[in-house]
Design a protein around this ligand. Sequence first.
Ligand code: ADP
Length: 397
Amino acid sequence: MSDGVLVLNAGSSSSKFSVYVGRKNGELELSCKGQVEGIGVDPTFVAKAPDGTILGEHRWHAKVERSNLLSYLLGWIELHLGDVELKVAGHRVVHGGREYSAPALINDSVLEVLESLVPLAPLHQPHNLALIRTMSKLHPGLPQVACFDTAFHRTNGFLATAFALPRWLLDEGVQRYGFHGLSYEFIAYRLRRIAPEVAAGKVVVCHLGSGASMCAMDNGRSVASTMGFTALDGLPMGTRTGQLDAGVLLYLLQEKGMNAEEIQRLLYHQSGLLGMSGVSNDMRVLMASDEPHAKEAVDFFIYRIGRELGSLAAAMGGLDAVVFTAGIGEHSLELRARVLRDNAWLGLAVDDEANLAGEGRISPVRAKCSAWLIPTDEELMIAMHTREVLKARAAAE
Ligand code: ADP
């Protein structure tokens, strides 16, 4: 039997899972990964081997309780990964507030704190916590660990996190937190392995997926990021606005008579690349489109990356390297090339051959500021943290 770590990432309509096993050399190895989609409608389950081969599929033709879906997953793991014994579950939890700068072993008091943070991440946190509670009921003996998207940015100082609001609002936690922390932490870890001299410098990481943000890291520690109080700030995203003058919200309330729910829908689901282009939230579709508004949305995304790059370099007092990661950052060589060319004034440049080849350094050796493509792996980061927390608990007992 091998010890297994189950990684869970719960969303509103889909949840992802991965199973890792510990190897004798201490490394964690991916055993399988998959997801349940269409939760709340007619869900589908799929599990794949690391090479993408489908190991299991199932479709329900009606709405199914979330607890039954988790039960199905646990049963499937037991049946199909017979030599794996789950020892712990690690969850991606969006918000750890000011309280958590590291992963936490879940107990009732931790859950209470995380519950109090729901208003700060109303679209994500409730799903994360619901899955933790369901798991406690189905598998009460299984330790669970919360890994936070905010924790990596707890090293940001006052100036990087403050808003110029009255003190009483700052005191109750209205500040910038930053997200995608597990992805940035993984990139810091990988960069230390593949280019330690670069990792020790001033690096901006661009996490460009359907959610997008950028992080300034000095010697592997987060100094500032583009996301703020919620996951709405910074870069435009698939369907989210990114940075927006707060006066626009007053205009929507006072002049357009919109209520909070309508504004929330507009900001999170109807804006960003989708809203601007009127075509799609998918960068692949926009790049292939002849529609002028699609081109404008792509140009705006690239322009905003450049604006934030300058701002984050200023926050660190310099820039040695830029890293691209996540769906768009990893797969669009055109976007990487355009960002690097547009920001040549910072010492950036692209090596077209290396950019085509994929993972690793994508800038010419002579470039003053190097550029890298590093695929992110938030699940592996969660698995590593989760195993560490479990080890620390065993050592303390
Ligand atoms: P999530 O934030 O949902 O985890 P991902 O990191 O998986 O997102 O990124 C999804 C995005 O990546 C999609 O919006 C898609 O447009 C984009 N993407 C994937 N492949 C490409 C590609 N070849 N070129 C441009 N964009 C791509």
